[in-house]
Design a protein around this ligand. Structure first.
Ligand SMILES: CSC[C@@H](O)[C@@H](O)C(=O)COP(=O)(O)O
Length: 366
């Protein structure tokens, strides 16, 4: 996607052929800064501190982390260490494990001298594949948007989204936002209600930024406003991404997604989820019980960072001294609340039968 006319992906290989570069998402929307990752540890820190975030981008960054590890030391010991260190950087997005398993299976049988080149080549392929997958999710989601009739008299289609599942969360295009970009580009009058997404504000900071860079009309709302808007016919569909979706169609996504799905269900508003195949965890049937939910620091609740009127970035405390905070970063929306899953292969029911209709080769997986 473009930033002020210049095409960008979220992560790419630097001109020296070794350093990996990525947009620093902790500074958006106020500063556009590109970071260099020179070591596997740089990639690990970037994932853990959310310089890069969003399930598909976490997978891509982990793949490049493995490549950086192999550039430093292509031994078996380093391969095992890089796998473990990177896997522990964040627990919920299954794309991380998917990418590391993919790289390890490719690299382990190779002689060490061939591992560096193979790892960089595969990391670049994963990035290209993610961009193409997301473009296809966009096409498949566009088909659904074309069938919607506006509920209110504005003549526009109103989407509601939570967190950031746009191009910043992937390598390019996004998952939830790809159909919205394609609808906008096709001339469909579409407007997006953007949940601010406390505590880290991925909606207010990232989704709003990338929609404005693409010229998509949008309005940021407090996280709790969505139910009210749905009761008053101001939301035609809800669309989110996901960090892990079970083989039965339970959707794990940013904390607060479940409440949006409940409100959508109560108001007869379609609730769609965009996802690429590496986000499906075929090993888990019950998402509420079995998906690991990341607990993040209470500091994300107690402090907020923003731009002052004089243009500097400043961090302020908003909780009283001594109040405890709890910060579960994700929740699980049961499949029964999901109208449909939108994948690169097409649209299906949020159920095992639905997913297997698109991925029949997985029917053997337990
Ligand atoms: C295409 S991204 C889907 C999800 O990764 C996204 O909605 C999300 O929850 C991101 O969480 P984050 O904690 O910002 O990494």
């Amino acid at each position: 996607m473009k930033v002020d006319g210049t095409p960008y992906r979220t992560i790419w290989l630097g001109a020296d052929g070794t350093t990996v570069q990525a947009i620093d998402q902790t500074l958006l929307p106020h500063r556009f800064v590109v970071r260099d990752f020179r070591t596997m540890e740089d990639a690990e820190v970037a994932i853990r501190t959310m310089i890069v975030r969003g399930a598909p981008l976490i997978g891509a960054a982990a793949a490049y982390g493995m490549a950086l590890a192999m550039a430093a030391d292509p031994s078996d010991a380093m391969l095992a260490r890089a796998y473990t260190v990177l896997l522990e950087s964040r627990p919920t997005a299954v794309n991380l494990r998917w990418a590391l398993d993919d790289l390890r299976a490719l690299l382990a049988p190779l002689p060490p001298a061939q591992r560096r080149e193979a790892a960089y080549r595969r990391a670049a392929e994963i990035c290209d594949e993610d961009a193409e997958i997301c473009r296809r999710i966009g096409e498949n989601g566009l088909g659904l948007i074309r069938k919607l009739k506006p509920r209110d008299s504005s003549g526009r289609i109103n989407a509601l989204t939570h967190c950031n599942a746009g191009w910043l969360a992937t390598v390019d295009w996004g998952t939830a936002l790809a159909p919205i970009y394609q609808a906008h580009d096709a001339g469909i009058p579409i407007h997006v209600w953007v949940d601010e997404t406390r505590p880290r504000n991925q909606g207010a900071s990232l989704t709003a930024w990338e929609l404005s860079k693409h010229g998509v009309p949008h309005t940021v709302i407090a996280d709790n406003a969505g139910g009210h808007l749905m009761q008053h016919d101001q939301v035609d569909f809800v669309i989110t991404g996901t960090d892990r979706t079970t083989r039965g169609g339970d959707v794990c996504n940013k904390i607060g997604t479940y409440l949006k799905a409940l409100a959508a269900h109560d108001n007869g508003v379609p609730f769609y989820v965009g996802l690429p195949y590496p986000t499906i965890d075929w090993t888990i049937a019950d998402g509420v019980r079995d998906i690991p939910i990341e607990e993040r620091s209470a500091r994300e609740l107690s402090h907020m960072t923003g731009r002052t009127e004089t243009g500097e970035l400043a961090t302020v405390q908003i909780l009283p001294e001594g109040s405890a905070g709890a910060n579960p970063a994700f929740d699980v929306t049961p499949a029964r609340l999901v109208t449909a899953l939108i994948t690169e292969r097409g649209v299906c029911d949020a159920s095992e039968a639905g997913l297997l209709s698109l991925y029949p080769e997985r029917s053997h997986a337990a």
